[in-house]
Each structure stands twice: as structure tokens, then as C-alpha cells.
Design a protein around this ligand. Structure first.
Ligand code: IPD
Length: 274
């Protein structure tokens, strides 16, 4: 992920974009809370595979976010998980996951999030993530740090990690059966070499947990940009390093760890054939 330092005007612009993301994200989170029925949520359709659900509430959340942001900034672009793509002309593009952790949402496991990132000329400059179920919020601006935003705003600095053999590693599995099988083989290699693995079910929350120090490292193959754009900035602004297999994080691989153990962890991930 790029780490160019913005000037004062750039930083003010990033904070302004974060402010809009926070407003739209909180409203969407409220919609998701209000509309979620008790028990299991009905799946409206499936996407990349039979296990990849979309609900009417995902669609409503994405529409709300797009309408709020593009009403205020009609020249911006928009990329959302549920396909509401809009080409913009301003150089700013919003990257949105209206519910990250949809399977948790469907089953009522309280770990699903609204995630909104703003990219300027392709670089993520602001990101907001809210866990809909427990209302915890994370926000970051490029060059301005990572912060918890629920309650009083407070900076987040990822705590010093243990040695690689002591890392608690978050991971996830995609929806494609073949990719899952490969992920399972890689996790089987990694598991005996670290403290343990966690699969919590929402990549955005995994990366915020990395920033907070609730886990020490993260690795996943097959993520889409809306899964990691906002929370990836939270993690890097908190002092973690994010990488892909060779270069920037991408669909092939996203891995992250505190800067103090990043290179060693990344080497281990590569050795485990992720
Ligand atoms: C999924 C979650 C999950 C991860 C998958 C993602 P979705 O996003 O982030 O934790 O393992 O790779 O696709 O479909 O719930 O928005």
C-alpha cells in the first residue's frame, strides 16, 4: 500500500472524505440493524458460488451509501460489492462493502461490518469500518493515523507483536471451492508454526483487529478490493505493513502484520504456498 505523505491541504481533504464516509456508514449501519429480522436472514441470491450470499439488506445498504455520497459529490466514482459501479470524473472513487461478513449477518453472528474507502487517483486516502452488531468504529486517513471513532476519538497504535512462532493469525476463506481447498492446504502448513488461527468471517474486521492488536497477523487469498480497502488503511496507519504476494495487496493475496515481524511473517506465508 502506498505511504506518500500528504501536505496540509491534502490531509484536510482526506479528513473531509473520512467525515463523509462516517456519516454515510453510520446511516447504513443503522439501516442494517433496523432491517435485520430475528433469526436467520433470507438470502435473495447467490453470486460467485452457491455459498456466496446476497440479501436485500446488502443491496439497500449499498444504495443508501451510494445515494448519500454521490448526492454530495456527484462527480465521484463508486465501486460497490453489489455492482452499483459509477464512473466518476473528480479523481475520487468510493469503494464500498455494504455488509462485509454477509454469512455472519445471515446467521446472526455479531461480526459484520459496513466498510467505506475513498481513493484519490487510485490511492486509498480515507477509510471507515463499523461493526454493525456492536457499533465499534475504526477510521483512518492517509498520513493522519488510525482511530477508534465510537465514543471519543482515540488513536490506534498496533501493539508490539510476539515472535513469529507466537503470532495469532486471522485468515478467511473465499467462496470458490478450488480456492478454498488450496487455502485449507496452506492453513494446514501455517498452523503448526504460529500460536493459532482465527477465522472470524469478515475481512474488514480482521484487519481492524490487526490494527487494534486483537490479532497479530492476517493472511487471505481471493479478497476483493471492497473487503480490504478501508480496513487496510486502518491497519497501515496503525503501524502494520500490508503486502500482496509480490508487491501491493491484491486479489491474489493480502497479508499483514506489525512492521516488526512483517518480513518474517510474509516469508512464512510464502513458504506455506498461500
Ligand atoms: C467475505 C468476508 C470473509 C472473507 C471472504 C469475503 P463478504 O466478504 O470478508 O471474511 O473470508 O473472502 O468475501 O462476502 O461477506 O462481503
Amino acid at each position: 500500500m502506498t505511504t506518500s505523505a500528504p501536505g496540509a491541504a491534502g490531509l484536510a481533504d482526506h479528513w473531509a472524505l473520512l467525515g463523509l464516509a462516517v456519516e454515510a456508514g453510520r446511516e447504513a449501519a443503522q439501516l442494517v440493524r433496523d432491517r435485520r429480522p430475528h433469526g436467520r436472514v433470507e438470502v435473495a441470491a447467490t453470486k460467485s458460488s452457491d455459498t456466496d450470499p446476497v440479501t436485500e439488506i446488502d443491496r439497500a445498504s449499498e444504495s443508501l451509501i451510494r445515494d448519500r455520497l454521490l448526492t454530495l459529490r456527484p462527480d465521484d466514482g463508486f465501486v460497490g460489492e453489489e455492482d452499483l459501479t459509477v464512473e466518476g470524473t473528480s479523481g475520487v472513487e468510493w469503494v464500498v462493502d455494504p455488509i462485509d461478513g454477509t454469512v455472519n449477518f445471515v446467521y446472526g453472528i455479531p461480526a459484520y461490518a459496513v466498510s467505506i474507502a475513498a481513493r484519490r487517483d487510485g490511492e486509498v486516502v480515507a477509510g471507515f469500518v463499523v461493526n454493525v452488531a456492536d457499533r465499534r468504529e475504526w477510521g483512518a486517513v492517509l498520513g493522519g493515523g488510525a482511530h477508534r471513532l465510537d465514543g471519543t476519538r482515540r488513536p490506534i497504535v498496533a501493539p508490539d507483536p510476539p515472535a513469529v512462532s507466537g503470532l495469532l493469525v486471522a485468515t478467511g476463506f473465499g467462496y470458490d471451492p478450488e480456492v478454498r481447498a488450496a487455502q485449507g492446504r496452506s492453513v494446514a502448513q501455517l498452523l503448526p508454526q504460529v500460536r493459532d488461527i482465527r477465522r472470524m468471517g469478515a475481512a474488514a474486521l480482521d484487519l481492524c483487529a490487526l490494527a487494534d492488536g486483537s490479532v497479530d497477523a492476517y493472511v487471505e487469498r481471493g479478497l476483493a478490493i471492497w473487503d480490504h480497502a478501508a480496513a487496510g488503511l486502518v491497519a497501515t496507519e496503525a503501524g502494520c505493513v500490508l503486502s500482496g504476494l509480490d508487491g501491493s495487496p491484491d486479489q491474489r493475496l493480502v497479508m499483514g502484520a506489525h512492521a516488526a515481524v512483517a518480513e518474517e511473517f510474509f516469508a512464512l506465508v510464502r513458504a506455506c504456498d498461500f
